[in-house]
Write a protein that binds this ligand. Structure first.
Ligand SMILES: NC(=O)c1ccc[n+]([C@@H]2O[C@H](COP(=O)([O-])OP(=O)(O)OC[C@H]3O[C@@H](n4cnc5c(N)ncnc54)[C@H](OP(=O)(O)O)[C@@H]3O)[C@@H](O)[C@H]2O)c1
Length: 290
């Protein structure tokens, strides 16, 4: 049976994917509250780098001599400001969405099976051309994202700053996929597209949360630009299992209006200097060599 290691399988898109993967593979799921997860899970709080290291060590123990067929890095959050810091001192959105996953990929990539893959959940918000409601990222500079107070262009409006931080973290996800591929690994970025009804709006106002929930009901299907949580989760499940097989040089798979397509990410996501700088600076932030 295939072995799949996954984050973010306790809610929303990831929960649908994890349920499907749990019946087809041995699933090693990391969760903040394993006792509350609907599937067996190991403790993993992505807001603490030490927890990421402990989780990776526990996965190693469980693997024994076996290898990982897919490493699915799906967990993510979206906030209403950039004020929260992790215990390690990093801005929370950047820390959870990018840095913790970067560390996990670095720690576990050596255990990938031949033909195994890394799947990272990104978002169309990384791309200015998509004109989403979230302000597009200005850059993917790790040190400024880790400590927004250092960023001379930081937006004075907390919500706009939070939007930039979220979109930038999703840009970091694609750059990390490209960096892994540049190191000979099979990796792809999966973008579920706008998928209301998940827990992603939990830090928003009650009104926005209610709207997000409402759009996630069958009523939301009346607006064809939204994907259903089931469809988005099943596509993540399939991507973890290697379906659809990427075309040559394909690494950005997105779901739009219920249809999967291999696409080209934003110009900044294709920037090799940004990719290499992010890898290097992220390594320094987690205390690893490049
Ligand atoms: N929904 C959309 O429209 C949309 C669009 C594009 C991309 N995405 C991406 O899709 C992914 C899944 O999002 P979703 O919409 O399904 O949201 P969701 O329902 O809120 O799921 C987020 C998952 O991340 C986990 N998580 C958050 N913080 C964590 C932490 N500190 N440690 C460990 N796990 C943590 C959550 O665990 P808990 O259950 O413990 O909270 C949950 O399992 C995210 O990467 C998001 O950026 C979503």
């Amino acid at each position: 049976m295939a072995i799949i290691v996954m984050t973010g399988g306790t809610s929303g898109i990831g929960q649908v994917a994890a349920r499907g993967l749990g019946t087809r593979a041995t699933l090693l799921l990391g969760a903040r509250h394993p006792d509350r997860a609907r599937l067996p899970a190991l403790e993993l709080d992505l807001a603490q780098l030490d927890s990421v290291r402990r989780f990776a060590a526990e996965v190693e123990t469980r693997l024994g001599s076996r290898s990982i067929d897919a490493l699915v890095l799906n967990a993510g959050l979206s906030r209403a400001d950039v004020d929260a810091r992790t215990r390690d001192g990093f801005e929370l959105t950047f820390a959870v969405n990018h840095l913790a996953h970067y560390l996990l990929a670095r720690l576990l990539a050596p255990r990938l099976a031949p033909g195994g893959r890394v799947v990272v959940t990104t978002s169309g918000t990384h791309d200015p051309d998509e004109r989403t409601l979230v302000p597009p990222p200005r850059h993917a500079r790790a040190r400024l994202l880790a400590d927004p107070a250092l960023d001379p262009a930081l937006d004075g409006d907390p919500r706009a700053a939070a939007g930039h931080a979220y979109a930038a973290s999703k840009l970091c996800n694609i750059l990390t996929v490209r960096a892994l591929r540049a190191r000979g690994l099979s990796a792809l970025a999966y973008d579920p597209g706008p998928t209301p009804g998940t827990g992603l709006a939990r830090a928003r106002t009650p009104l926005l949360r209610a709207l997000w929930w409402l759009l996630g009901t069958p009523l939301g299907r009346l607006a064809p630009r939204f994907n259903s949580v089931i469809r988005a989760g099943e596509a993540l499940r399939d991507a973890a299992l290697g379906e659809p097989a990427p075309p040559r040089d394909g690494y950005y798979l997105r779901l739009r209006r219920g249809r999967l397509e291999w696409a080209t990410p934003s110009r900044l996501a294709r920037d090799d200097d940004a990719r290499d700088a992010l890898w290097r600076d992220s390594a320094a932030l987690v205390g690893m060599a490049d």
